[in-house]
Design a protein around this ligand. Structure first.
Ligand code: SF4
Ligand code: FES
Length: 348
């Protein structure tokens, strides 16, 4: 069936969602996602970050849909027309949604291990939520220990349900879910019961924020200071294909390989993730490429880098020329050689 997104028409299979179609179109037309995760069953429809405007329902019923639709759970109809990046309504609503998510989220990015790879950080910047209007008290929870490997920080949870869906996929019985409603809603008690599973560490990779982080990596480094390598080992539980996050010869953490949507390509087992921190345990394939625009690409020597000119002087002290001169000292020579050059320039 045919769908047109932001003026690009493509053919997709029946049952494709608008989000999946938008990912085929690519570029700015791809809506952001916080709860949808293509590797998890029955996932999405929780966060409303992926709203789009359906301007034509289908060939049979061309009426526009009056409300914005969550693209991750809305199926494509033949002849459908959708506005994503070109819809002001969608952009305003997505911005409101991310402001809403930030209401209860602590702004502790400077001390959060997820900083630099947090979907909420990217979302807030993408939607230009630079200032908070929220002055009320934020929701807080008592800290809870869920074992030696995974750190739960419930205050940062945005209730996307990804970890719940992952636990659902991992365990045969229902030992997980969201308890409580409204601002009492939390995932903690049930998640704890799913933690024994060999693949439970994947909750860290699916969590879009810093609510579930790797205890073995806690406060060791910022992700942009590490070097990332694709590596593998023989493993009887998973494929053994991982990314090593290294500092010098030290393996600081091990994660699954993620695609351009920041989703794990394959889930990895806890043994690979937590118990092999020696570089000799791994066959290193080479530097890891990150398709997604991210601060993780700092230090990444797999990409051609353009020369960047930073107008720091202009940005630091806009409008106050005398302060700018004083602080950045453009006329103060840096060394003897420069002193000589300035003198010569003045003489000419
Ligand atoms: S802990 Fe993370 S993955 Fe789980 S519901 Fe909260 S934000 Fe989502
Ligand atoms: S990603 Fe679609 S509702 Fe969350």
């Amino acid at each position: 069936m045919k769908i047109t997104i932001d003026g690009h028409t493509i053919e997709v299979e029946q049952g494709t969602t608008i989000l999946q179609a938008a990912r085929i179109v690519g570029g700015d037309s791809v809506p952001p996602t916080m709860c949808y995760y293509s590797k998890l069953e029955d996932c999405g429809g929780k966060c409303r970050c992926c709203l789009v405007e359906v301007t034509k329902g289908s060939e049979k019923d061309p009426r526009p849909m009056p409300k914005l639709q969550p693209s991750c759970v809305t199926a494509v109809q033949d002849g459908m027309e959708v506005k994503s990046a070109t819809s002001d309504r969608a952009k305003i609503s997505r911005r409101a949604v991310s402001e809403f998510l930030l209401i209860n989220h602590p702004l502790d990015c400077p001390v959060c291990d997820q900083a630099g790879e947090c979907d909420l950080q990217d979302l807030a910047y993408g939607n230009e939520n630079f200032r908070s209007r929220f002055t009320e008290k934020k929701r807080t929870f008592e800290p809870e220990d869920i074992g030696p490997y995974i750190q739960l920080h419930m205050n940062r949870c945005v209730l996307c349900y990804r970890c719940v869906k992952l636990a659902d996929q991992l365990t045969p019985e229902r030992v997980h879910g969201v308890i409580g409603r409204g601002d009492h809603a939390q995932i903690s008690t049930y998640i704890k019961n799913a933690i024994d599973n060999d693949f439970s560490g994947n909750v860290i990779d699916v969590c879009p924020v810093g609510a579930l982080t790797d205890k073995t990596f806690r406060f060791k480094s910022r992700v942009w200071f590490t070097k990332k390598f694709n590596a593998h080992r023989q493993c009887s539980k998973c494929s053994g294909d991982v990314v090593l996050w290294m500092f010098g010869d030290d393996v600081l953490r091990v994660t699954a390989r993620k695609d351009q949507w920041n989703e794990a390509e394959e889930f990895i087992c806890n043994e690979c993730r937590f118990e092999h921190k020696n570089v000799e345990d791994w066959v290193i394939e080479g530097p890891r490429k990150f398709e997604r625009h991210s601060v993780k690409n700092v230090n990444n020597y797999t990409r051609d880098l353009k020369n960047v000119k930073i107008n720091a002087d202009d940005l630091i002290l806009e409008g106050r020329e005398e302060d700018r001169q004083k602080i950045s000292m453009p006329n103060t020579p840096f060394d003897e050689k420069e002193k000589e050059a300035i003198k010569k320039a003045k003489e000419q």
